[in-house]
Design a protein around this ligand. Structure first.
Ligand SMILES: Cc1cc2nc3c(=O)[nH]c(=O)nc-3n(C[C@H](O)[C@H](O)[C@H](O)COP(=O)(O)O)c2cc1C
Length: 223
């Protein structure tokens, strides 16, 4: 393992990545490459390992058109990008400490024995009630799930950049309007999900602008 080379490659990929404003409508990401990008999101970490997300890969041109007309941030990108993902966050219905989804997840996915569950669930209850004070309203719980989806999003954008694929994260939309659209399309599964964030993937048509960032020492503080 050449650590120096790996670090160089990572930094190069990080600089290559930029919020791509215009995608080449004629260049498609191969199925294998897109599967690789999805895999990095799929195995991403989440708080208590609950995977409170769903990644909707929007292939229907009709639905892309509706997204274009609903989201100002997606407008110039959603029709041309090779792939377009909507990240959904699970709602309180599925993520509250006593939710059926949670129980099923630990029993049938993690195969936790009953004794382990009896230890873990009160911990999650205390975390949600006291530590993070999440049970005040549904929005706080959605935002908690939503935070986890951004980890998957970041991993996917970084992975894409490593193999020369461009991306743009998209928060430019009204949550209410996007949720209405997704509800009409039957994609919120009886309010188990709410929109979190979106992302376009594909290939740039113009050079990336120079990066502008605050000074490193203004951001990083050793204390
Ligand atoms: C969560 C998130 C949401 C964003 N939403 C949009 C968006 O809706 N439309 C857009 O063109 N750029 C969007 N951006 C891109 C940012 O403006 C961009 O990442 C930032 O200006 C830094 O530039 P760079 O990514 O090219 O380095 C978003 C970025 C993040 C992280």
């Amino acid at each position: 393992m050449d650590k120096k080379q790996i670090k160089k490659d990572i930094i190069e990929a990080m600089h290559f990545r930029h919020a791509t404003k215009k995608f080449d409508p004629n260049q498609e990401i191969s199925e294998e490459d897109f599967r690789f990008i999805l895999e990095t999101g799929y195995i991403s970490p989440s708080s208590f390992g609950i995977e409170p997300w769903r990644f909707l890969v929007i292939q229907s041109p009709e639905l892309r058109e509706k997204i274009k007309n609903t989201s100002w941030g997606a407008k110039g990108k959603v029709m041309d990008a090779s792939h377009f993902i909507i990240f959904l966050a699970r709602t309180e219905k599925d993520t509250k400490y006593d939710a059926e989804y949670l129980l099923d997840h630990y029993k049938n996915i993690h195969h936790f024995p009953d004794e382990a569950l009896q230890g873990l669930l009160p911990m999650i209850e205390n975390f949600q009630k006291e530590d993070f004070d999440l049970l005040v309203d549904d929005r706080r719980m959605i935002d908690w799930s939503s935070k986890q989806t951004y980890i998957a999003l970041a991993n996917m954008m970084t992975a894409a950049a490593h193999i020369g694929i461009d991306s743009c994260p998209i928060e430019g939309f009204s949550m209410k309007e996007m949720n209405e659209l997704l509800r009409e399309e039957g994609l919120l599964e009886d309010e188990s999900f709410s929109i979190s964030v979106m992302a376009a993937f594909g290939y740039r048509v113009q050079d990336a602008p120079e990066k502008s960032r605050r000074l490193f020492d203004d951001i990083v503080k050793f204390v």
